[in-house]
Each structure stands twice: as structure tokens, then as C-alpha cells.
Design a protein around this ligand. Sequence first.
Ligand SMILES: Nc1ncnc2c1ncn2[C@@H]1O[C@H](COP(=O)(O)OP(=O)(O)OP(=O)(O)O)[C@@H](O)[C@H]1O
Ligand SMILES: [Mg+2]
Length: 348
Amino acid sequence: MQGAVSGAVAGLLHQVARVSGEGLIAIDGEDRVVLISPPAARLFGAAALEAGGRFHSSHLDFRIQRLVDAALESGRIEERDISVDDRNLVVRALKVDEPEVTVLVMVRDETRLHRLERVRRDFVSNVSHELRTPVTAVRIMAETLENGGLDDASAAADFVHRIGLEATHMAQMVEELLELSTIESGLRPLAHERVSIESLLAAVDRLRPLASDKGIALVVTIADGSPEIAGDAGRLGQAMRNLVHNAIKFTPTGGRIDVLAAPGDPGRVVLQCRDTGVGIAPDDLPRIFERFWKADSSRQRDGEGSGLGLAIVRHVVEAHGGSVSVVSEPKRGSTFTVELPAAPSHAA
Ligand SMILES: Nc1ncnc2c1ncn2[C@@H]1O[C@H](COP(=O)(O)OP(=O)(O)OP(=O)(O)O)[C@@H](O)[C@H]1O
Ligand SMILES: [Mg+2]
């Protein structure tokens, strides 16, 4: 705190500001800034305000100056949401009329809250959007069956089959959402097992039939000296399967997928999934690990995937203290790299 207010008053204001977590500016009867708390200086930029200077000739946002005018005039607490440089601030001005301080300005940074609120809104709208398509399809097919569709045995069988597919898709999405939220909430903590690379990559074998159906070669290579991993075998296997599943989905017939494991930096393991598939546009790369995110081209394949697979990969890997990254070139292929801490060696 700095300014020209007496020690006792400054001390008191300082405590209040600290407890409330808000930035505080005090202005005296001569329009002089007598106190700026460090958070206030940070939020407004140190250059905007000067202790001892005139408040109304400062470089502070004019909306805050108006707010102070309003408080001086009304004698009430005046409040306003103001966004400055991507920050969402709630600013309040209060006329106090004390000997050394006439107006207090309090500012709270609600940027994080706003962001969370936006994430929540997007999330709800994404879930609703993803569910609407299959739910509508199921409803229409059920209505058709009800209105005479059952009389045509082969059409009926086809509809029932498609209803089953849509239900499977919805169930998978609900599964994935639950998985994400259990990891996030920490409700089902990660297991701490020693996981050998061989057993981890065996989880990928379940996808072999899918790859060979599409005429894609799936080659697993484990380099000598690849250390074990300490972690949750089930979830790590799921993460690797999600990567390989994508590789299969986004690689045309005749392509090749390489799953590689090798020792990384000391105490680390590197796992890679390389494909010769459609690749990812550079603009899309930063977004692919977000929930529900799908490239436009994959958005058009209806009913296939909800864009949660990579969000799960990132969550699982980061929960293990690892990282995941991607390098990709459109039409040439993509390489996803997962780096994980190795289990402490038996000798240690
Ligand atoms: N190997 C890949 N090659 C090309 N694009 C990919 C690859 N992996 C992921 N993508 C792109 O990233 C998007 C997000 O992948 P993610 O696994 O999160 O979702 P999804 O596969 O569409 O659905 P889900 O995994 O939930 O079934 C995909 O829709 C696709 O556009
Ligand atoms: Mg996927």
C-alpha cells in the first residue's frame, strides 16, 4: 500500500482489502488518490494510477471515473461490470465521507469465474447438441415402426438395428462423460500398479480386427530397455486405445499405424501412435484435446464419435504426471506422443 493516508487508516484498509481479496483505491475530498492496494495496481496496470495524483486526471478507464462520480452524487454503493483487456472486473464505488477518505473503489477480478461459466454453458450446449441427433433418429424410427413399419419385416429389422446403433453411440458418450468427470473429481483415484509396456500395448490388440477390416497395418514395436510405468493400467490402456482408435478412424484403407514405445529422458517412457491418415490442419491442432472438439471433416460423419476421446487421453496422461502432444500434416498423417514417468526401477 502506498499513498498519503495516515498509518492507522492505511493499515485498516489494507487488512480489509486482504481479507476480501479485492483491489482497493481510496480517494480523498480533494480528488487525490491516497491509497492503491497492490492488487488494484495489478488489475488496472501500475501506470494507470499514481498515488498522490488526481483521480480524475489518471489514466484509469473512464467507466470507473463515471462510477465514482455516480457514487459521489447518489451517496449509495454503485457497481458495474467492466471488461478491460480480456479481464472481467466488478468495480464498486462507495462514498464514505471520512476525514481522510471520501470515496472507496473496490475491484474484484471475476475473469476466472466468467471463464468457468462459459465452459459450463458450452459444455451443456455441446452435450445437448450431441444427444439431439441420435435421440431424434431413434424417435423417428420408433414412430415409423409404430405407424405400420412393423409390417415390412426387412425394413423393420433394419430400423431396429439402427436404433441399437444409436443407443450404443449414446451409451458410449455417457460412458466417456462419466469417465472424464470421475477422473476430474478424483472420486475413483488412479490405481498405482507397475504396468509393463507389453501389457499396456496388449490393450491395443483389441483394435486389431478393426484395423484389418479396414485394410490397415497395425505394427507395435517396443524398444529394448523401455521401463515399466507406475500407474493405472486400465486407464492408460484406455488412453492408448483412444489414440489407436482415432488412427484407424482417420486413416484410409491401405495405410499404416505404428505404435512405438521407447525409453525417454531419464526416468521417462515415450509412447507414440503414428498414422499415415488424413492429418489435422495446423489451425485445428491446438483445439483437438478439447472436449467435443472435432475437425469439420469429422463432424460430417454423423454418429461417429463425440470428440471426447482425446480429452480423456489428456486427462489420464496428465493425472499420471505425463504429457501428450501431436505433430500432424494434412494428408500425410499424425503422430501423437505420450510421455510418462517410469516406475522407480526395482534396484532403487
Ligand atoms: N489420428 C488422427 N488423424 C486425424 N485427425 C484426428 C486424429 N485423431 C483425432 N483427430 C481429430 O481430432 C478430433 C477429436 O478426436 P477425439 O478422439 O477427441 O474425438 P472423436 O474421435 O471424434 O470422438 P470419440 O473419440 O469421442 O469417439 C477428431 O474428431 C478428429 O477431427
Ligand atoms: Mg476418438
